[in-house]
Design a binder for this molecule. Structure first.
Ligand SMILES: Cc1cc2nc3c(=O)[nH]c(=O)nc-3n(C[C@H](O)[C@H](O)[C@H](O)COP(=O)(O)OP(=O)(O)OC[C@H]3O[C@@H](n4cnc5c(N)ncnc54)[C@H](O)[C@@H]3O)c2cc1C
Length: 409
């Protein structure tokens, strides 16, 4: 008979590694099963290789930045707070720094240092782990979970923590096994959707590919009239909008039908239509001999000018010859430049997955299944997701802490 572990964790990503440390620290003989060739493969690419590991702000702020099921995260966040996460890493020898918008990074700017810190603790607490181990099946017979990999090797445990993450970025090891295990034990799965992903447009934007717009307001107007807005920076790709504010909005609209919804850019959010009109009247007089195409270059980034000019539908006449109607039309376009949305980008390119194991059936104080004793779900496999800023990793750390510290028996 194979060795029986006190606790087995499927998935050696952010949440799985953290849970294993607390499980072992509490005296449980712990094994992590990871199908990649190394631990923490996704962590390596987080924060553009720098790993924004939490947000140095209040719990209230974390809760506000959780888009789906923030209430579920209440106990987890108060049990292992952002401050405690920072202390955990600093006490483990990793120097941290807090940057703009309270984003916390390793001082070295290297995500590999975050991974190595976790691995050092894994060694300290004598956690066992097995790499290249792709789990494909779980059975529960009496009090024991039997876990099988694709080579039909069996691992046995009294307590099972599922930490298999979401399904986006499959190159980092994402599989659906977490959802399959949950379903097998009677859990409901909320349909996984892309979150923090580009928004695909119907218009061709090849000419705008690579253009970054700063200090604009982006509003998504859904077919049901609901509106979501963000101010900041966005980016055009050849067929979509991306960049911080578009990514954040994608997470807010992914539960709705977005086909034919409108993505509206306000290029001059600091000025009202009336203020712009006064400015234009003044400038149209001063630069009466300038043509419209040249004037537009004073209003917008170069790469957008021709696109904007074509959209005005006005001939390239002198400013002096523009009618009042023309002027108001240009102002209106500056404040409300609309694109039509086709869809959100593929789930595989979403930074996180929205959807997953329905939290109604998970005890929010322990992360244990309410349906099956000694079965736990943590991290992104749960139907919880947040905006960018270190909030998603905080979800992974806090839920891992709950499971690792609430193992029973
Ligand atoms: C490009 C990118 C950048 C990001 N940047 C940030 C950031 O800076 N800050 C932030 O807060 N969040 C960031 N995130 C999100 C964050 O990385 C995730 O929310 C977090 O890693 C989730 O942790 P997890 O443990 O639930 O899942 P993961 O870290 O994905 O770990 C799951 C593990 O389970 C393993 N696994 C899956 N299936 C099996 C199987 N069948 N058998 C064995 N093992 C299996 C996987 O190989 C993986 O190692 C980023 C995500 C991406 C894609």
């Amino acid at each position: 008979m194979s060795e029986i572990y006190d606790c087995i964790i499927i998935g050696g990503g952010a949440s799985g590694m953290m849970a294993s440390i607390f499980s072992a620290k509490n005296g449980y003989k712990t094994l992590v099963l990871e199908h990649n060739e190394k631990l923490g493969k996704k962590l390596y690419i987080t924060g553009k290789g720098r790993c924004n590991l939490t947000n140095n702000s209040s719990i209230e702020n974390h809760l506000e930045n959780i888009v789906t099921n923030s209430k579920f995260m209440y106990t987890a966040l108060y049990s292992f707070t952002p401050k405690m996460v920072m202390e955990f890493f600093e006490n483990s020898g990793l120097k941290l720094k807090t940057e703009r918008a309270n984003r916390v990074f390793p001082f070295s700017d290297k995500s590999s240092d975050v991974i190595n810190t976790l691995i050092n603790q894994i060694y300290n607490y004598k956690v066992n782990y097995k790499l290249n181990c792709n789990i494909s099946k779980v059975e529960k017979i009496n009090d024991l979970f039997h876990i099988y990999d694709t080579n039909n090797e069996k691992y046995t445990t009294y307590r099972l923590i599922v930490a298999t993450g979401g399904v986006s970025y499959s190159g980092t090891g994402a599989t659906k096994i977490g959802y399959e295990i949950a379903k097998q034990f009677g859990h409901n799965i909320i349909k996984p959707k892309s979150a923090l992903c580009p928004i695909i447009l119907k218009e061709h934007t090849v000419a705008l590919n690579g253009l970054s717009l700063k200090n604009v307001n982006l509003t998504i107007i859904l077919n049901n009239g609901k509106e979501f807005s963000e101010f900041g920076e966005m980016l055009f790709t050849y067929s979509s909008i991306s960049g911080p504010i578009a990514l954040e909005l994608s997470s807010k609209i992914n539960k709705y039908n977005v086909n034919n919804a409108i993505a509206r850019i306000d290029f001059k959010p600091a000025l009202t239509i009336e203020e712009l009109d006064l400015k234009f009247q003044r400038e149209f007089k001063t630069f009466a001999k300038k043509d419209l195409r040249t004037y537009i270059k004073t209003l917008l980034p170069n790469k957008f000018c021709e696109y904007f000019f074509v959209r005005t539908g006005i001939k390239n006449i002198k400013l002096a010859d523009l009618t009042r109607e023309n002027r108001l039309h240009i102002i209106n376009l500056l404040k409300k430049f609309d694109f039509s949305i086709k869809s959100l980008d593929n789930i595989n390119v979403g930074i996180v997955t929205s959807g997953g194991v329905d939290v109604k059936e998970i005890n929010s104080k322990t992360c244990e299944s309410k349906l099956v004793k000694n079965l736990y779900f943590i991290g992104e496999v749960l139907d919880v997701d947040a905006l960018t800023g270190g909030y998603n990793l905080q979800i992974a750390w806090s839920t891992a802490y709950l499971a690792g510290n609430n193992l029973k028996g």
